[in-house]
Design a protein around this ligand. Structure first.
Ligand code: NAD
Ligand code: LMR
Length: 328
């Protein structure tokens, strides 16, 4: 059995994400959990003639949804409105994510946990601290889904230079908000970054860092990215399943992880930066994180971006972790 649970399945991300995952033969059981309308979404999706069975679970049915899960994907919580930062969502989403992580600890402590709910820089530490509190934390199994930053980077780079295929992967490190999103454009082939003027590089970097705001503004109060996020979330989930269920090797995605997931390869970076969490290219293995790949040689432009990202990340991480460690 390969059971995947979507928490927040009836939402703007949850519905298209569930639809995309319904198409995968790697999943046998798709469990949709939400505090509203999950049975309705599940009934609809369950008529699709792909391999998985679909169950819907309402607000009093979280335990049944989570029992036996292989992977739990969490897009539950409120999205931004224009003028808000992701950190403004902390007040509501921190408690939602804490309660779902508690459900994971009690019902499926071995599950992979994929956190989409914002602010990701803080919600991932919340999940990790809850799992630690219950004695079931495995840093190889908890991921902040920052794939949308990679998807956007690939797309925006190909718009700047149409010779670059939009499927070209861009390494994006740091975190998932504003200045903490650091695209390593210097890693692209054919000296792409060097071919840009300083103004072009600034504009492209800014667009990647604030791509979320572009959507929030365009939706004008109706939420934030949902369809592109569902695409990115499905891509990340399915890559993880390819590695952990189908045994494929050499699969890499950028993702925000606790650096103890690969203590050996991250010790020097942790020591240098004082960070416990960081988004970086990760090679998947059968247990989730196989290797956190070393940060490549960055350009001086990217080093300046990293220098701005690190202090903000530290604040975000401490805020998430202390939300759990300071509570009784
Ligand atoms: P939405 O409001 O459309 O959907 C959220 C869903 O969560 C709703 O159906 C709601 O009923 C449900 N929910 C609320 N509390 C719950 C709980 N305790 N248990 C289960 N379900 C619960 O919002 P959305 O647009 O789908 O966005 C969801 C979250 O994803 C937001 O926090 C948003 O900021 C974040 N997001 C992250 C990324 C990323 O790149 N990581 C991208 C886009 C959005
Ligand atoms: C995004 O990057 O689109 C998401 O984090 C949603 C947001 O609030 O911008």
């Amino acid at each position: 059995m390969v059971k995947v649970v979507i928490c927040g399945a009836a939402g703007g991300i949850g519905q298209p994400l569930s639809l995309l995952l319904k198409q995968s033969d790697l999943i046998t059981d798709l469990a949709l959990y939400d505090v509203v309308n999950a049975p309705g979404v599940a009934a609809d999706l369950s008529h699709i003639n792909s391999k998985s069975t679909v169950t819907g679970h309402g607000k009093d049915d979280m335990d049944a949804a989570l029992k036996g899960a292989h992977t739990v994907v969490i897009p539950a919580g409120v999205p931004r409105k224009p003028g808000m930062t992701r950190d403004d969502l902390f007040k509501i989403n921190a408690g939602i994510v804490r309660d779902l992580a508690t459900g994971v600890a009690k019902n499926c402590p071995e599950a992979f946990v994929l956190v989409i709910s914002n602010p990701v820089n803080s919600t991932v530490p919340i999940v990790c601290e809850v799992l630690k509190k219950h004695g079931v934390f495995n840093p190889k199994k908890v991921f902040g889904v920052s794939t949308l930053d990679v998807v956007r980077s690939s797309r925006f780079v190909s718009e700047v230079n149409p010779k670059i295929d939009p499927s070209t992967r861009v390494t994006v490190v740091g975190g998932h908000s504003g200045v903490t999103i650091v695209p390593l454009l210097s890693q692209l082939p054919n000296s792409f970054a060097e071919s840009l003027s300083k103004d072009q590089l600034d504009a492209l970097t800014h667009r990647i860092q604030y791509g979320g705001d572009e959507v929030v503004k365009a939706k004008d109060g109706a939420g934030s990215a949902t369809l592109s996020m569902a695409y990115a979330g499905a891509r990340f989930t399915l890559t993880l399943l390819e590695a952990t269920v189908a045994g494929k090797t050499g699969l890499v995605e950028s993702t925000y992880v606790n650096l103890d997931a690969d203590a050996e390869n991250t010790a020097a970076f942790k020591e240098k930066t004082g960070l416990d969490y960081f988004a970086q290219d990760v090679e998947f293995g059968p247990e989730g994180v196989g290797k956190v790949l070393p940060l490549p040689q960055v350009s001086s432009y990217e080093q300046t971006l990293l220098d701005a990202a690190i202090p903000e990340l530290k604040v975000n991480i401490a805020k998430g972790a202390s939300f759990i460690t300071d509570s009784a």
